[in-house]
Design a protein around this ligand. Structure first.
Ligand code: ATP
Ligand code: MG
Length: 569
């Protein structure tokens, strides 16, 4: 027999004050509502309310995975070092990887992700094309020794991840598995109440060639995005957009005095032109030691990820290095720089003939400089970060800007791991071939944080029904007599109707109960007070809208059951 949860017994130690270490709403509210507690930096315990929400998220994931034929398993969290050596990641994965030795001195890692383990698991037993495709997944704790664990569950060191791996015989098969996972991931976000965009991503550490990240839109998100009404969306680091460039003033190359601070904004203001009509310079030292001057449209920034692709691990030049190469801080430009400096310009500038650039002399710029005539551009590369207002690469309309939290990511891996680890199957033509793989990860604990980030107000969390720890809270304003009896009866009937109920049976003032109810964010509150009970009514408050309604006691159970069940998805 099911029972309701009594608030007096619920282990949810709430906090009256905002914890000082919490910058993000989700971090602050999960702590304040008594849902999580920190054990050490990036290590959190999930208390009953958080655990109930996490199990709901996990079950949404399970249903969606099962629906596309993926099978749940569980592999060890601790992974033998040998298979990480085999894949080659032992040497390239940085200090995020927690390495350990057992009593025999053998190497192990605590899995930050499990490609190696899954490949090792299937490589000797999935033998024939007839057995393919296969997708396996697990829901498990991962460990990454993040440099800056922060924001509570958002960036932990130990966190819950669902990770899936698909094994196919052909590239087309892999594409299909990938597409199915991608579609399932969209449904998972939606069912968890997240507004998320699939964005084209940089493939990152796991590698592979095609990848999408689901970004939950939130001002607190770490990722900077651009998106378009036509459905295009991309990380500013991966986006290749159309940048509108303006010509600088004049067409003849001329040195001019510019007694302004060495910033583009002040230069544009002094000249009475837009920042777009200026050219911005960044001086770096490429990984191979080459000094490079990067030229960009004045209103755009150098994109670090694109720059790393082009120049490897580069360093920004310090003033001493600048001086060595004839560059002057605040007044840098291609003209007058040392001839060892390689000049690289953003592709958006290719058709522009009049550039306003620094003169490599404090207080002076050069206007009307023309590439090919007055200086040489050694190479044209896409280097600029996309931003709001740039043109959508699909439809040309101006893009919107937004910030996002990466809640999940899907990758096509191809044969990266199967090649490295010799994981092959016998194909129809009798030839041994490596598996075509995909991998798919969802941050389960981060999803909970993202849900809170998207659904809260100044009073607390506003859980969508699908991930709420309890669906209804009954709040009796008196814990004895007829008020209590009515509350107890309603709560029991709600439980019988299949609703998850908590009853605030504490001997507390109404204000305390209301505050806690709003803080914990259960979707519906049923307030039972003396006056209402006399008239045969209770007050139902919807947390999301704040709307209150008097409902006849006789009707309240079917009334709530209908609302709650409709929103379970
Ligand atoms: P990030 O860029 O945020 O560090 P990632 O791209 O390295 O994440 P993946 O390897 O794609 O992460 O892992 C799959 C999912 O696991 C991510 O989409 C994210 O939701 C979650 N995740 C990754 N790192 C963390 C972390 N430190 N804390 C909580 N969740 C995480
Ligand atoms: Mg990722």
């Amino acid at each position: 027999m099911k029972n309701y949860m009594k608030m007096s017994q619920l282990y949810a130690p709430t906090l009256k004050e905002d914890p000082s270490e919490a910058e993000l709403a989700s971090h602050r509210l999960l702590l304040r509502a008594g849902m999580i507690r920190k054990t050490a930096a990036g290590l959190y315990s999930y208390l009953p309310l958080a655990w109930r929400s996490l199990l709901k998220i996990e079950n949404v994931i399970r249903e969606e995975m099962d629906a596309i034929g993926a099978q749940e398993i569980l592999v060890p969290m601790v992974v033998p070092g040998e298979i990480w050596q085999e894949s080659g990641r032992w040497d390239v994965y940085g200090p995020e990887l927690l390495r350990l030795k057992d009593r025999h001195g053998r190497d192990f890692v605590v899995g930050p992700t499990h490609e190696e383990t899954f490949v090792d698991l299937v490589r000797n037993e999935l033998r024939s094309y007839k057995q393919l495709p296969v997708t396996l997944y697990q829901i498990q704790d991962k460990f990454r020794d993040e440099m800056r664990p922060r924001f509570g569950l958002m960036r932990g060191r130990e966190f819950i991840m669902k990770d899936a791996y698909s094994f196919d015989a052909t590239v087309e098969g892999m594409q299909k598995s990938y597409d199915e996972q991608k579609a399932a991931y969209a449904r998972i976000c939606e069912r968890c109440g997240l507004r998320a965009l699939p964005v084209v991503a940089d493939s990152g550490q796991i590698g592979g060639d095609t990848s999408v990240e689901y970004m939950a839109l939130a001002d607190a998100g770490e990722a900077e995005l651009v998106w378009c009404d036509c459905d295009y969306a991309a990380d500013v680091e991966a986006a290749c957009v159309g940048i509108e460039v303006e010509e600088g003033p004049g067409t003849t190359c001329e040195r001019i005095e510019t007694p302004c601070e060495g910033s583009i904004a002040s230069l544009a203001q002094f000249m009475g032109i837009s920042e777009k009509a200026c050219r911005k310079s960044f001086a770096i030292i490429a990984e191979d030691g080459t000094p490079v001057l990067c030229l960009l449209p004045g209103d755009h920034e150098l994109n670090e990820v694109k720059a790393e692709h082009a120049f490897g691990h580069y360093d920004v030049m310090d003033e001493e290095q600048m001086a060595k190469y004839g560059l002057v801080k605040g007044y840098m430009g291609p003209i007058g720089a040392d001839e060892r400096v390689r000049v690289v310009a953003d592709t958006s500038l290719r058709d522009s003939k009049s550039w306003l650039v620094g003169a490599n002399e404090a207080g002076y710029h050069i206007k009307g400089a023309c590439p090919g005539r007055d200086f040489t551009v050694n190479e044209w590369i896409d280097l600029a970060s996309a931003k709001e207002g740039d043109a959508c690469p699909h439809c040309g309309k101006p893009l919107h800007g937004a910030r996002g939290i990466e809640v999940s990511q899907v990758f096509q891996l191809g044969t990266k791991y199967s090649d490295a680890m010799g994981a092959t199957f016998m194909d129809e033509d009798g030839v041994e071939k490596p598996f075509q793989m995909g991998c798919y990860g969802i941050g389960v604990s981060r999803t909970l944080a993202a849900v809170v980030e998207q659904h809260h107000d100044e009073h607390g969390i506003i859980f969508p029904v699908c991930v709420a720890p309890f669906e209804v809270e009954v709040v009796p304003l008196d814990i004895k007599g007829e008020v209590w009896e009515a509350a107890d009866r309603i709560a029991n009937e709600l439980v019988d109707a299949g609703i998850e109920v908590v009853v605030d049976n504490r001997k507390e003032r109404p204000g305390v109960k209301f505050n806690d109810a709003d803080l914990m964010g259960f979707p519906y509150q049923v307030v039972c007070g003396k006056r209402g009970i006399k008239d045969g009514t209770v007050e139902v408050k919807e947390r999301a809208t704040g709307q209150r309604e008097d409902v006849a006691i006789a009707d309240v159970v079917p009334y709530l059951a209908e609302k709650v069940i409709a929103q379970r998805k």
